[in-house]
Design a binder for this molecule. Structure first.
Ligand code: FMN
Length: 504
């Protein structure tokens, strides 16, 4: 495990590995940072630390701005301390698949896993670096932060990488979610928790006032966990502790009865209240379009606490691919074992970045009975945040879901649209602008698996495959043919895997 204790540890690692560039030139958080970050993200470039955020009117923030910390697969793996994001999934699978162990070795392994779960619970500490500076009253001014206005049509500056902490008023369960916050005034922001989100549920269950704390600038795993679509009763900070291999340390807030990550760079403390709403947006969103203005709760800041020399973290979302692509890919990989708990027939799945995560899901299954692909579609449309998926393509087990050409081939070759398309209706992403009604609309499932006569198909023809002996022979003899400049494995130039698309 990476064992990164805070954002500074992470920045130091990025710097040692040549994965971070410091920018000393003054740069305007109004649009200019976005344009730079957008180009660097698309080029697969490094994380950027803007040391001198200066607004056009000459005012500058004392806080440097970090962006693109998550922008490549390599950095996302570094954040988790793994070679592949599937390794993170494997650790979670160990927990999810915990069975009564047989034999001494299995018992010891089981005990180790149980201990790592027990050690994951957040730990309360008395002092936290996040409270080295405490600003209250008029001093608690959000104008001190170099908050970006990302796109020309945005309604104002938005805090884009927060970990918003609330407690369920019914039972005290903690929730941490990543919800953007439009700065409305020196001590107010909007709180953009969407319809289906757990923070919003805490708000709706509250009668009157709900305390909120917002942590900015965390170790990368804890920051990621705020974006993870965990079931409501599961504490994101416990999962972060498990994935880090060390508990998240928490200190009590100064003006709120909420514990906050002790090593956060910045913490905003405050509250939201029933009926206290403001217009939020428009905002250039991860859908690639501006989401229109809507009413969201107003977050009133009661204190801003900070580390000395605090660093402000930011992210730009917009037309994909953007930096959030790898936060989404991490979720896709990490949640595969959990999806398989409900649907063990699933081999793999891919949420294409270009599909903005909720628009398209490709899933491969070990098909065992007529209508199996439809069963999987309907199950996914009932599963957590995957329920908001607009289109699902189901392929057979042998198809690589990350190879979009292969998927396109089977979606063309194996599909009789009259027989194999499912059109239904259900809940849709809050931000989806296409459906006639907000939140509710059509869904499409494409069954691209091979069909049996029991599904109304004629006899299914065999697929063309070269015999293994001839493949082995050609592998062996490749150098003899004088084809040294041609890759021996086939036509990679025609393959468009999800990874290659991301690295565009
Ligand atoms: C960069 C980024 C920004 C996000 N902004 C929002 C947002 O403004 N509102 C929202 O509801 N979800 C947003 N999300 C998605 C949520 O963080 C995600 O659905 C998370 O699971 C919500 O936590 P919850 O399940 O505890 O509600 C964002 C995700 C990322 C990666």
């Amino acid at each position: 495990m990476a064992g990164l204790s805070d954002l500074r540890d992470w920045i130091a690692l990025l710097e040692r590995e040549g994965e971070l560039l410091r920018i000393a030139a003054p740069v305007d958080p109004y649009l200019e940072v976005t344009e730079i970050a957008d180009r660097v993200v698309k080029a697969g470039g490094p994380a950027l630390l803007f040391e001198r955020p200066v607004f056009a009117d000459g005012t500058s923030s004392e806080l440097p701005l970090l962006i693109n910390q998550f922008g490549t697969e390599k950095r996302m793996c570094m954040a988790f301390g793994v070679d592949s994001l599937d390794d993170v999934a494997a650790r979670l699978a160990d927990v999810l698949e915990l069975q009564p162990p047989q034999g001494l070795a299995a018992k010891l392994r089981g005990l180790k896993t149980l201990k790592s779960i027990a050690d994951s619970r957040p730990k309360s500490v008395r002092h936290g670096a996040c409270q080295e500076i405490v600003l209250e009253g008029d001093d608690a001014d959000l104008g001190r932060l170099p908050v970006q206005t990302c796109w020309p049509g945005d309604a104002g500056p938005f805090i884009t990488l927060p970990a918003v902490i609330t407690h369920d008023p019914r039972n005290g369960d903690r929730n941490v979610g990543m919800y953007r916050m439009q700065v409305l005034g020196p001590r107010t922001t909007a709180m953009h928790w969407q319809l289906h989100k757990d923070g919003r549920a805490d708000y709706l269950f509250s009668e009157g006032r709900l305390e909120v704390a917002v942590a900015l600038g965390l170790d990368p795993i804890t920051a990621y966990s705020a974006s993870a679509p965990l079931p409501k009763h599961i504490d994101e900070l416990m999962v972060a502790g498990f994935l880090r291999g060390a508990p998240v340390e928490l200190v009590k807030g100064v003006t709120v009865d909420i514990e906050v990550p002790a090593n956060a760079e910045i913490v905003l403390e405050g509250y939201v209240e029933q009926g206290d709403l403001a217009e939020e947006g428009p905002f250039g969103d991860h859908t690639g379009f501006y989401t229109p203005a809507e009413q969201f709760p107003v977050f009133h800041v009661t204190a801003v606490t900070m580390r000395r020399d605090a660093i402000y973290p930011s992210i730009v979302v917009g037309k994909p691919p953007q930096e959030d692509a790898w936060l989404g890919k991490a979720t896709e990989r990490i949640f595969l074992p959990a999806v398989r708990m409900t649907l063990p027939e699933i081999v793999d799945y891919d949420l294409p970045v270009a599909g903005a995560f909720h628009n398209l899901c490709i899933v491969s299954i070990r098909k065992a009975f007529p209508g199996h692909a439809r069963k999987v579609m309907h199950a996914l449309w009932g599963l957590g945040m995957l329920s908001l998926t607009k289109g699902i393509v189901v392929v057979d087990a042998h198809v690589d879901v990350h190879d979009y050409n292969a998927v396109m081939f089977y979606a063309g070759a194996n599909v009789d649209p009259k027989r194999d398309i499912v059109i239904t209706e259900g809940p849709l992403d809050h931000l989806d602008h296409a459906p006639t009604l907000q939140f509710l609309g059509g869904k499409i499932g494409i069954d691209a698996t091979a069909k049996s006569p029991a599904e109304g198909a004629r006899e299914w023809p065999p697929e063309i495959e070269m015999s293994p002996e001839i493949r082995a022979l050609v592998d062996r003899r490749w150098s003899e043919y004088g084809l040294a400049t041609v890759p021996p494995a086939g036509e990679p130039s025609l393959r468009q895997s999800s990874r290659r698309l991301l690295r565009r």
